[in-house]
Ligand binder design. Sequence first.
Ligand code: FES
Length: 206
Amino acid sequence: MFQVFLQSPPAGVLEERCFRSGVFSARSVPVFMMYNGQVRVGSGGLDMNLHFGGRDIGARTLEIVTEMKALEGALLPILHEVQAEFGYVPQEALPVIARELNLSRAEVHGVVTFYHDYRDHPTGRHVLKLCRAEACQSMGGAALEEKVKKLLGIDFHQTTLDGGVTLEPVYCLGLCSTAPAAMLDGEVHGRLDDAAIADLIAEVRL
Ligand code: FES
């Protein structure tokens, strides 16, 4: 018999929607919330199968790896494709990638955490990336960051409680001449000030 409980409600979890499927870490729980996935519990822990709208992460990852593993330097494009598929790089994908590429799981994990573009957690419906590189910092980027964090009530790498917005740092968007800059859902915005960033956030929170 599998006992079900939440140890604590982590950031990004809507209590009223959580179906409390098991004992998971704070980082795992939003997976079930934001993708409305189903959980089939196996022998426990990381060996369980997670389903995203009917897709099995392990099986789909294997398909991706099989298609791409002949590429030179296959790891990065595979991780990119896995993230495109699921919106992030799920923990459950790592052992599959490691096994198929003859790497250790730690090596794959190291690459995922080294590159800022790879996420190890799901995002909200909108992704706001704030530039933290030098030009933007010199043009008020730090103050803008504080403003955004206050408006959203979250820090970098977090998602608002309603699952609406994920805030991420980025290191140069190529808009240095119009700093400070940000990217919202893939669209870049420059010369941001308090009013402009507040307008952007209001747009996605309607
Ligand atoms: S430093 Fe921010 S866009 Fe280049």
